[in-house]
Design a protein around this ligand. Structure first.
Ligand SMILES: [Zn+2]
Length: 312
């Protein structure tokens, strides 16, 4: 059984200005490092299909979908941006990239459930975990992981899925979408207080939100994973696990102030793999979220994918 790597060229055409840290170069850095590490040949490369609007509509309001679809500048105005919030904007390719990003997550979900592959990493942008049912925010258009999780539940008939979020920022969109939905368990840690300044006030019983102070290192994160995430995941017995895989908690990433290194991402991935093998037939779909220091991002993704693909 193999690990699939889903991506699409359109995901590199969406950009929000040459100054913006959520840049196309992020995907290029990951691809370069896969080649340098010689693991590119061991993965099953798959082109992401475009999600259907009906896939998005399981999560997002018609208005939220309309706002992205109708406001992208025309392809003739390649450098035009339509602002959604202070740091999130649309260019001519954002709609297409967003469909490919969500489509990768949905296609990977189908391939994993159909046992064509054991698990998958989706190298996609725009990222998704800040996008709520009603609005795009924080570099995110549509909530890729939420769209895929709803597909697993409502189209493929799974009863219980878990979402693991190790991005430095709280996945407020995913929390809003699944708040109180007992078919879903979400476990996360995030720097607090920090953007998007939520996640700590009375979370629902299906949310294991673990805030951590700035300057926490891997030992703190490993302890909370062992003591809070793993018991919750073991008790929930998910039939499939989705990962919101952000790598901006890395020590070299200036976007946040946490101190993880590649070995920590490998260790976290091992713990998730163990739960997936015990309860979920090994089914994991991991989707790229943040990670803005190009070198640290690429090295961390390699560490993560090597564990997923059993190469370590
Ligand atoms: Zn982030």
């Amino acid at each position: 059984m193999t690990t699939a790597y889903y991506t699409h060229a359109d995901c590199k055409r969406h950009e929000m200005g040459s100054w913006h840290p959520e840049s196309p170069e992020r995907l290029q850095a990951i691809e370069d490092q896969l080649i340098a590490s010689r693991i590119n040949t061991l993965l099953d490369y798959r082109e992401a299909p475009a999600a259907l609007e009906s896939d998005l509509a399981r999560v997002h309001t018609a208005d939220a979908i309309y706002r992205i679809r109708e406001n992208c500048p025309s392809e003739r105005s390649e450098y035009d941006h339509f602002p959604l919030d202070g740091d999130t904007s649309l260019n001519a390719y954002t709609w297409r990239a967003s469909l490919r990003a969500a489509g990768a997550a949905v296609a990977a979900t189908d391939a994993v459930i159909d046992a064509e592959i054991e698990n998958a990493f989706c190298a996609i942008r725009p990222p998704g975990h800040h996008a709520t049912s009603k609005e795009a925010m924080g570099f995110c258009m549509f909530n890729n992981v939420a769209v895929a999780a709803k597909h697993a539940l409502e189209v493929r008939g799974l009863q219980r899925v878990a979402i693991v979020d190790f991005d430095v920022h709280h996945g407020n969109g995913t929390e809003e979408i699944f708040n109180g939905d007992q078919r879903v368990l979400m476990v996360s840690f995030f720097q607090h207080p920090y953007y998007p300044y939520c996640g700590t006030e009375h979370p629902a019983s299906n949310m294991v939100n673990v805030p951590v102070p700035a300057h926490s290192y891997g030992n703190v994160i490993r302890e909370l994973v062992s003591e809070q995430w793993l018991p919750a995941l073991e008790a929930f017995k998910p039939e499939m696990i989705f990962i919101s895989a952000g790598f901006d908690a890395h020590r070299e990433d200036d976007m946040g102030q946490l101190g993880l290194v590649e070995a920590d991402y490998a260790w976290i991935t091992q713990q998730i793999m163990r739960v997936a093998k015990t309860h979920s037939h090994g089914r994991i779909v991991s989707c790229l979220e943040g990670g803005y220091n190009l070198s640290a991002l690429a090295r961390s993704v390699i560490a993560h994918v090597k564990i997923l693909a059993d190469l370590e």
